[in-house]
Design a protein around this ligand. Structure first.
Ligand SMILES: [Zn+2]
Length: 263
């Protein structure tokens, strides 16, 4: 049997591929459709609740050549969508002419990096992309900065960020922060951003998602196996997907096998 990378295969590239979080996604899609993302969005949630994919998907939709206010799902075929396909799931740094994505916990988090970044954003070095611009022509004068795990930046970086946040409406910030450490982001920053709350899937949503993958991947399942896996994965989509990998090799998804192979 051909080996399938399930995490790659079920990587979210459209809003309708995110499970659960209906109200949050309705708000997010409304903001995108109405071009109302500035100065920024804060994706707030616990580990594994699809904050990063929410941020990246927002940028994907924003720069896609084929989205319109009526149709904000990325086309996943244009040069801009192709760029977002190249970004690895747990990347530290990714950028293009008008987009930068920084994973704050690694060595890029220091204040020197952010000073340079903000100088670049607001200084005269901006907009030198010419014909290299990757996104939709309607976005050529805007810049999107995605700061992943923002709560892990140091306080001086957050002060600098606060000062810059509303300087220039053509710079849009997308932030993720874990709810547990969310207080570090600070009320003054939060008040200026729109918060999109990301929650784990409910048990019912988890069961639905597991069944969907089982059908797609021809996994034989028993109801108690699905329930067991749904409870074990605590509503974290990535955990559901990675747990199902072993069952694509022909092992039956039963409660016994979930306990035997995954506990
Ligand atoms: Zn596209």
């Amino acid at each position: 049997m051909e080996k399938v990378d399930l995490l790659q295969k079920y990587r979210v590239k459209r809003f309708d591929q995110i499970h659960g979080n209906k109200e949050s996604l309705t708000l997010l899609k409304y903001l995108i459709a109405n071009d109302n993302l500035s100065p920024g969005i804060l994706f707030d949630g616990d580990y594994g609740t699809c904050k990063t994919c929410g941020g990246r998907l927002t940028a994907r939709s924003y720069f896609c050549h084929n989205t319109t206010p009526e149709q904000i799902e990325p086309c996943n075929q244009c040069p801009s969508c192709a760029f977002f396909d190249t970004i690895k799931t747990e990347t530290g740094l990714a950028y293009n002419t008008n987009y930068i994505e920084v994973f704050c916990p690694d060595h890029y988090m220091d204040i020197k990096f952010f000073r340079k970044l903000f100088d670049r954003l607001y200084g005269c070095g901006r907009y030198r992309h010419g014909s290299d611009f990757f996104g939709s022509p309607k976005r050529i004068n805007t810049f999107v900065v995605f700061l992943n795990e923002f709560q892990r930046t140091d306080p001086s970086t957050r002060d600098l960020f606060l000062n810059k946040l509303e300087d220039d409406p053509s710079v849009i910030f997308l932030l993720t922060a874990s709810t547990a450490d969310g207080a570090k982001v600070g009320r003054d920053i939060r008040d200026r951003l729109t918060t999109i709350k990301m929650n784990p899937l409910t048990l019912e949503e988890s069961i639905y998602f597991i069944k969907e993958i089982c059908v797609n991947e021809h996994i034989e399942w028993e109801q108690d196996g699905i329930t067991e896996l749904a409870e074990m994965s605590r509503g974290i989509p990535r955990k559901i997907i990675s747990s199902l990998k072993i069952f694509t090799s022909g092992i039956n998804l039963s409660a016994g096998n979930v306990n035997k192979f995954l506990m």
